[in-house]
Design a protein around this ligand. Structure first.
Ligand code: 4AD
Ligand code: MG
Length: 466
């Protein structure tokens, strides 16, 4: 029979003679008559306490090898524990060492180590309590997202990672090419001397996607309600606590939704997946609240219990302008709001999440639907405590002539987006969608302050180890 996990053992209904467990040693302490070791296998936050009588035959000589980080299997009786905080412990009768661990050299020590240091050993940090908890929450949050959409009639679709279109039109794409750019002399050239990408594998210039939205729109205008959930890439050189070059984005897209339906969905979605994590990850969240972010539970209550403030951009400027003395970037109508402004609105002014909508067209992506005032578009950003922008979305411009005009204004070549324009030529409908940054959602639910620490292997400027 398969050896049970520590989680399974600790949730047993009754003591079990003849049990077994395997995992990694977290700590060990010895007294004259007994040695205690904490065995953790990652299945849950709790460890299983091993009780070892050093005099027992076959155990004494193995004890010195029971060091922090060693991988072991222990067999014995699962008995009720007299100690506080644990239901059972394992009275060990047999030990097997799978892999020794030299405590002197092992980088993961029990004593606290800094986040910065742990990033340099990202291959081992999942063995710490905090990062294991982060990864368990990440798995549960992913499940919550799929569960939410499935319950609400959305289809999960897969949009391409390699694409020829720049959805955000911001030119922050990583090129993808089969040409060997290190051999400049051998590259195919156009008569003008530029690299000839028609000779590339795809016969054209391609890049890693910044968003699955445009392809998502083609699928929503056939299936009704879809969502994507996949990796996206931005080659922006933003070295901040909330920007990564590779991150996962959740992008629902809905036919027949206007901006207000879109905002309603965004609010319900964030509340629902947050509640799911509160319900299913209580023990891991308790760790984050105790060791990472003391205000975590208050912040999560603020997310699940409040109704979010709906604030038009023009009204936001009226609130922010008188506060300009406190901001590094001064606010005036037309300015793209920065994280300091977003956080002021959420944390200081409204003290709850805010959905900011109707932003100036000059700071918005070309696909957002133009309002009748011709100055603002039906875009929205959902802002939360500590992080600022968690979601960006909009009602999409569904009028062919207006969209073409906006693409011209933005200097976007219409020929390259013929298929996107076709959606407005053939059975165009009002439709809307948004993108939620999955790592930012992770920062929200765990209280972890840096995007580098909510994913196993962060990709940020100057760093792509592992
Ligand atoms: O606001 P953004 O750029 O919107 C879009 O890409 C739309 N096409 C989405 C859509 O409507 N389908 O990005 C959406 C979200 C942001 O609100 C933020 O949470 C996250 O993606 N995000 C990032 N997360 C981490 N690192 C970055 N560099 C990010 N850029 C955006
Ligand atoms: Mg945005």
């Amino acid at each position: 029979m398969k050896t049970p996990t520590v989680k399974e053992l600790l949730s047993s209904g009754s003591p079990r003679p003849g049990a077994a467990a395997q995992g990694w040693i977290k700590t060990r302490r010895d007294s004259k008559a007994l040695s205690f070791a904490e065995l953790n296998d990652g299945s849950c936050r709790a460890s299983l306490q091993l009780l070892i009588e050093p005099s027992a035959p076959g155990l004494a000589e193995l004890l010195p090898r029971l060091t922090v980080g060693a991988a072991v299997r222990a067999e014995g009786d699962l008995v009720a524990s007299p100690g506080a905080g644990q239901k059972y412990e394992l009275k060990v009768s047999k030990l097997e060492i799978y892999g020794d661990c030299d405590a002197e050299k092992y980088p993961i020590q029990k004593k606290k180590t800094s986040d910065e240091f742990l990033r340099t050993v990202a291959h081992l940090r999942p063995r710490t309590n905090k990062y294991a908890a982060m990864l368990r929450v990440r798995a549960e949050l992913s499940f919550a997202i799929h569960d939410y959409f499935r319950r609400n009639g959305f289809f999960y679709v897969h949009t391409p990672v390699i694409t020829a279109s720049d959805c955000e039109g911001a030119g922050q794409m990583f090129s993808v090419t089969s040409l060997d750019l290190t051999k400049a002399a051998e590259l195919p050239r156009t008569p003008q001397g530029e690299i000839d990408f028609s000779r590339d594998l795809f016969g054209r210039k391609t890049a890693l996607t910044v968003s699955g939205q445009m392809e998502g729109e083609t699928l929503a205008t056939a299936l009704g309600k879809i969502y994507t959930f996949g990796p996206t890439f931005r080659a922006e050189n933003s070295n901040t606590y909330r920007h990564a070059a590779e991150f996962w984005m959740v992008e629902p897209e809905m036919a027949f939704y206007d901006l207000h339906d879109d905002m309603d969905l965004a609010e319900d979605f964030v509340k629902s997946i947050t509640r799911h994590v509160l319900e299913h990850c209580a023990s891991d969240l308790e760790l984050f609240a105790r060791f990472v972010e003391p205000a975590l539970m208050d912040n999560l209550r603020s997310v699940t219990e409040n109704s979010y403030e709906r604030l038009a951009y023009t009204d936001a400027v009226k609130i922010l302008e008188p506060e300009n003395a406190r901001f590094e970037n001064k606010v005036g109508w037309g300015v793209d709001l920065a994280s300091e402004h977003e956080r002021f609105l959420v944390e200081k002014h409204f003290k709850k999440p805010v959905i900011l909508y109707n932003k100036p067209r000059t700071v918005a992506a070309f696909y957002m639907k133009l309002n009748d005032d011709e100055r603002t578009v039906r875009g929205m950003d959902l802002l939360v405590p500590r992080i600022g922008e968690l979601i960006g979305g909009s009602e999409r411009e569904n009028r062919l002539d207006v969209l073409e005009r906006k693409m011209d204004d933005a200097g976007i070549k219409k020929e390259d987006y013929w298929w996107y324009l076709d959606l407005r030529r053939f059975g165009s409908v009002p439709h809307s969608g948004f993108g939620l940054g999955f790592e930012r959602m992770m920062m929200l639910v765990t209280g972890i302050a840096n995007i580098r620490d909510v994913t196993a292997y962060p990709r940020v400027p100057g760093y792509a180890e592992f």
